[in-house]
Design a protein around this ligand. Sequence first.
Ligand code: FNR
Length: 186
Amino acid sequence: TQYKIAVAIGSLRKDSFNRKLALALAHLAPSDFTFEHLEIGDLPLYNQDDDGNQAPAVKRLKTEIAAAQGLLFVTPEYNRSFPGVLKNAIDHASRPYGQSVWGGKPAGVIGVSVGAIGTALAQQHLRNVLAYLDVPTLGQPEAFIQNKEGLFDDKGHVSDASKQFLQSWMDKYVEWVKRHNLAKLA
Ligand code: FNR
């Protein structure tokens, strides 16, 4: 079985540390996992008036999520929450009412920030939203990464200091995604 993971990155910044973290995490996954980054930067602002006529970018987003066996949210913290661009994408893919594509997709939540509590509050807000959308989200281990010089090596892999921890996080995430997909087949 191949597991396709839809990756939502909460930053649109070209040199985003969270984008780097997402790429580095993919290196820690087994070969039956592939990671596809969702484009959320070209989505219009969500407007309920458009529910009956979703923009092509919204339809594309929903198609990619629907085709995935799992979700990975890699987000910075903006003002003690997750960024509005990510909420916009989540809202789009949850609508029209009754046609959300989120429900039942196993997810992991992780992030890196410059602050010492490294995205903890952003992740907690995101978990609240995902719970409502019926997205089973890995609870442990939690991963709050503070960005420090040398977090990534020159190949874009996580450097030795963080590697063991992030590998154990990835192992649990992989197990979580597999377990939920098996449950669906049963
Ligand atoms: C931040 N940053 C930040 N960091 C944090 O740990 N807690 C916070 O509440 C905030 N708030 C915040 C608001 C806004 C509007 C910006 C632009 C930034 C700093 C943030 O962690 C830093 O910019 C990261 O580098 C953002 O992640 P990317 O873009 O590198 O992935």
